[in-house]
Structures are given as structure tokens and as C-alpha cells.
Design a protein around this ligand. Structure first.
Ligand code: BT5
Length: 277
């Protein structure tokens, strides 16, 4: 199943390394034509001591995953499907900062390579014209009170045709937004450079919380947030250092939500929570 390869037509290890210019991120690339999940593989490697910055990349995933055992669907060759192994200098309760910096780096790389302006949706989505084009899944291993490693998994719909996903996903891709095919390698290189820059900031103690909060279209909106079997409606006022959303309920109480699925409160069906389980 997990067959390593040197590359397909537009994606190859040699092309990725050519002119990459990073010190750590993506200096070692493991590229697969097809894998179950790049996150699952990266976690195994991280547990075996794989170095920070190693990139696991696939053209296709047979069991790509989102949060809460949801599926991430992407026809072969249409997307960036990647996982990076990190050993961030933060406490486990602040590990969401990895998702924040990856989301901002992804947004910046998209703008630099395509001119498209993406917005972020709490807690882990990237939107283009209000529709989901990317998602981030950060998975951790914690030993005692220490964070061993974080695997940050990024799925981005690059050249995905409009009919590739169920309409209930309300998804889009760079190609659909731009009306042109987007080369994946320059975008990936830009993303790795941006992650490296932001990671260096983090190591210097510069956290991206306020920048992330400003990029979240969720803040200032009246939203419905589904958390498992519970649903809360209120004004999304802020996020805190741990990435939790502060929701002002109609009764005036302030609720802190560590995770959930948010959508505008006016949305008739609530947020899409798992059309592809
Ligand atoms: C996410 O989960 O958005 C995180 C997705 C992370 C995927 C990457 S791919 C590389 C790496 N390896 C992995 O195995 N995973 C990571 P969540 O917020 O739970 O959203 C999942 C939901 O998004 C699904 O239930 C669908 O509704 C929707 N969805 C699935 N595939 C999609 C796609 N390609 N584009 C837009 N929406 C999608």
C-alpha cells in the first residue's frame, strides 16, 4: 500500500528540493504515490525518532483523515496532502499554536503563488470565497507533561474539479477560484519556507495568536458551534492563547470552546460535520 516513489508528472522529490532554500522544513522528503494517511505515517516515523522537518507527502490517500475520525477526500493528483514532523518548544496545552502557524503560512503561500486571498475559519479550516479549500489536522504525542512531537497535516485542494466532492462539503479549490491550473511544487516550496519562518518566530517566543485571530472570519460573527452532541449559539468574541473560542451566549455568559465545528448561526443545517465518515 505505502509505496515510496521519486515522483509523478508534476511532483517529485528532486523538484521539491530544487531551490527550496529551507534549513529544516522539507529537507528530507518522503513522497508516496499512494498512502493510507500521511499523518498516520508521519506519526509512526516521529515515534521512531525521525528528525524535525521531515515531510511526508502523497499524491493520494486511501484513508486521509480529518478530526474526530472524519475522512479527507481527494482524488489522486489534485491536492497537496502532506504532514510535517515538528518538535515545538511549547507545552501540550498550547500545541494549537502549530495549527495557527501552519494556517497562516498556508494562507500566505496561496497569496504569494496565486494572488488569491484566503480566510481562516476556527479552528482549522482554510476558506476561499467562503468555501472550504483546505484543512489542518495537528496530532500530538505527549509523554508526562511534555510534548514529544506534533505532526501537522495539511490537505489543500489545488487542482480539484468542481464535481470531485459531494456538494454537502461546500468545497472549492485553487483551480476553481483561479480558473487555471496551479503548479503544486512552487506552492509547496513557498509553504515550507513560510512555515520555517513562522516556526523560527515561535522558537524566538513570537507567537502568532493575534495574527491568527485577525485572519479568522469567525471572530465577530454570530455562530453556531457544534461540539459532539452539544450545540451552542452566540457571538464569537475572541480566541485565547490556547486557541479556544470565546463565545458570548445570548444569556450573557462567556463560554470557552477548545474545539468544535462553527458556521454562521443563520445557516439552516448547521456546519457540515462529517458527510464522509
Ligand atoms: C480537517 O478536518 O479539515 C483536517 C483535514 C486534514 C487533511 C490532511 S491531508 C494530509 C494529512 N493526512 C491526513 O490523513 N490528514 C491530513 P475536519 O475539520 O474534521 O474536516 C473534515 C470534513 O471536511 C469532512 O467531514 C468533510 O465534510 C470535509 N472534507 C473532506 N474532504 C474535503 C476536501 N478535500 N475539501 C473540502 N472539504 C473536505
Amino acid at each position: 500500500m505505502n509505496g515510496r516513489c521519486m515522483g509523478s508528472a508534476d511532483l517529485s522529490v528532486a523538484k521539491i528540493l530544487d531551490g527550496l532554500g529551507t534549513r529544516c522544513m522539507g529537507r528530507r522528503v518522503l513522497l508516496y504515490r499512494r498512502v493510507d494517511s500521511t499523518n498516520a505515517l508521519a506519526r509512526t516515523l516521529a515515534a521512531q525518532g525521525e528528525q524535525e522537518g521531515t515531510l511526508v507527502l502523497a499524491d493520494e490517500q486511501t484513508a486521509g483523515r480529518g478530526r474526530l475520525d472524519r475522512r479527507w477526500i481527494a482524488p489522486a493528483g489534485t491536492s497537496l496532502l502532506l504532514s510535517l514532523i515538528l518538535r515545538p518548544p511549547v507545552q501540550p496545552e498550547h500545541a494549537q499554536v502549530v495549527t495557527m502557524l501552519a494556517a497562516l503560512a498556508l494562507r500566505d503561500a496561496i497569496l504569494a503563488c496565486t494572488g488569491l486571498t484566503a480566510r481562516l475559519k476556527w479552528p482549522n479550516d482554510l476558506l476561499l470565497s467562503g468555501r472550504k479549500a483546505g484543512g489542518i489536522l495537528t496530532e500530538l504525542r505527549v509523554t508526562g507533561a511534555e510534548l514529544d512531537y506534533a505532526v501537522v497535516g495539511i490537505g489543500l485542494n489545488v487542482n480539484m474539479p468542481a464535481d470531485a466532492l459531494p456538494p454537502s462539503f461546500d468545497a472549492t479549490s485553487l483551480q476553481q477560484q483561479l480558473g487555471a491550473v496551479v503548479p503544486r511544487v512552487p506552492l509547496l516550496q513557498e509553504l515550507l519556507r513560510r512555515i520555517e519562518g513562522r516556526y523560527a518566530d515561535l522558537e524566538q517566543g513570537r507567537w502568532p495568536i493575534s495574527e491568527w485571530a485577525a485572519a479568522l472570519e469567525t471572530i465577530g460573527q454570530r455562530v453556531r458551534v457544534n461540539c459532539g452532541t452539544e450545540s451552542h449559539v452566540g457571538l464569537a468574541e475572541a480566541v485565547d492563547d490556547s486557541g479556544a473560542l470565546h463565545l458570548r451566549l445570548d444569556n450573557g455568559c462567556l463560554l470557552g470552546l477548545a474545539a468544535g465545528d462553527a458556521c454562521p448561526a443563520t445557516h439552516p443545517d448547521g456546519p457540515p460535520t462529517g458527510g464522509a465518515r
